[in-house]
Design a protein around this ligand. Structure first.
Ligand SMILES: O=c1ccn([C@H]2C[C@H](O)[C@@H](COP(=O)(O)O)O2)c(=O)[nH]1
Length: 182
C-alpha cells in the first residue's frame, strides 16, 4: 500500500476545526464530586454548619448524595435548629447527618469499595455507618471539629479498619453556577 497523501486526506486536515479539540478547563473528577457535596450542603437548613456528602463508585459514578437535615416529615419549622442545654430543644437530638443521609439514600446499591466526598470530616456515629457499609476512602474539606473527642473516636475507628481519610485540596478555588449561561 502506497503512503501517498491524496487530495481527500488534505481536505480532511483542512476541515478540522478548533472546536473539535478537547476543552482544557473541564472539572477534574475529585473537584466535581466535592462540588456535588458542596451543592448538596446548600440544601441544609442548619444555620451554623451545612454539610454535604457524595458517594462515588469505582467507575466514577455518583451512587448517592445527602445533606444534614431532619428526618422525613419532621418539619423544619417545628423542630429546633438551635443548640440548647435543654436536650429536647437541641438540634443534635433530631438531625440526620449528611453522611448518614447519603448512605441511606443509596437506592439499595452495594457501597463496598466506594469513596465518600464530604464537606466535613465525619463524626464517630457516621464513621460507624461508613465502616459498616464498606466505604473505603473518605475525602473531606473541613476538619473544624477534629480536636473534639467524637471526631478523634471517629479517626481512631477509621484508622483501625484501614479506611483512608484525605483532606482534599481542590484544584479550583470556586466554581460559578450560572443558571443563565445556557
Ligand atoms: O459528621 C457530621 C457531623 C455533623 N454534621 C451536622 C450536624 C449538625 O447539623 C451540623 C453541626 O452543627 P454545629 O452547630 O456546627 O455543631 O453538622 C454532619 O452532617 N455530619
Amino acid at each position: 500500500m502506497s503512503e501517498e497523501v491524496t487530495a481527500q486526506d488534505h481536505n480532511t486536515v483542512q476541515q478540522e476545526s478548533p472546536v473539535s479539540h478537547k476543552r482544557k478547563d473541564y472539572l477534574p473528577w475529585d473537584d466535581y464530586f466535592m462540588a456535588t457535596a458542596l451543592l448538596s450542603a446548600e440544601r441544609s437548613k442548619d444555620p451554623v454548619t451545612q454539610v454535604g456528602a457524595c458517594i462515588v463508585d469505582s467507575q466514577n459514578r455518583i451512587v448517592s448524595i445527602g445533606y444534614n437535615g431532619f428526618p422525613r416529615n419532621c418539619s423544619d419549622d417545628e423542630f429546633p435548629w438551635t443548640k440548647s442545654k435543654v436536650f429536647l430543644e437541641d438540634k443534635k437530638m433530631y438531625v440526620v447527618h449528611a453522611e448518614a443521609n447519603a448512605i441511606l439514600n443509596n437506592n439499595g446499591l452495594n457501597l463496598t469499595g466506594t469513596r465518600l466526598y464530604t464537606t466535613l470530616f465525619p463524626c464517630n456515629e457516621c464513621a460507624k455507618l461508613i465502616i459498616q457499609v464498606g466505604i473505603s476512602h473518605i475525602l473531606y474539606l473541613s476538619d473544624k471539629y477534629g480536636a473534639k473527642p467524637k471526631y478523634q473516636a471517629s479517626r481512631r475507628m477509621l484508622d483501625a479498619v484501614g479506611v483512608t481519610c484525605t483532606q482534599y485540596r481542590p484544584q479550583r478555588n470556586n466554581i460559578v453556577i450560572d443558571f443563565k449561561k445556557i
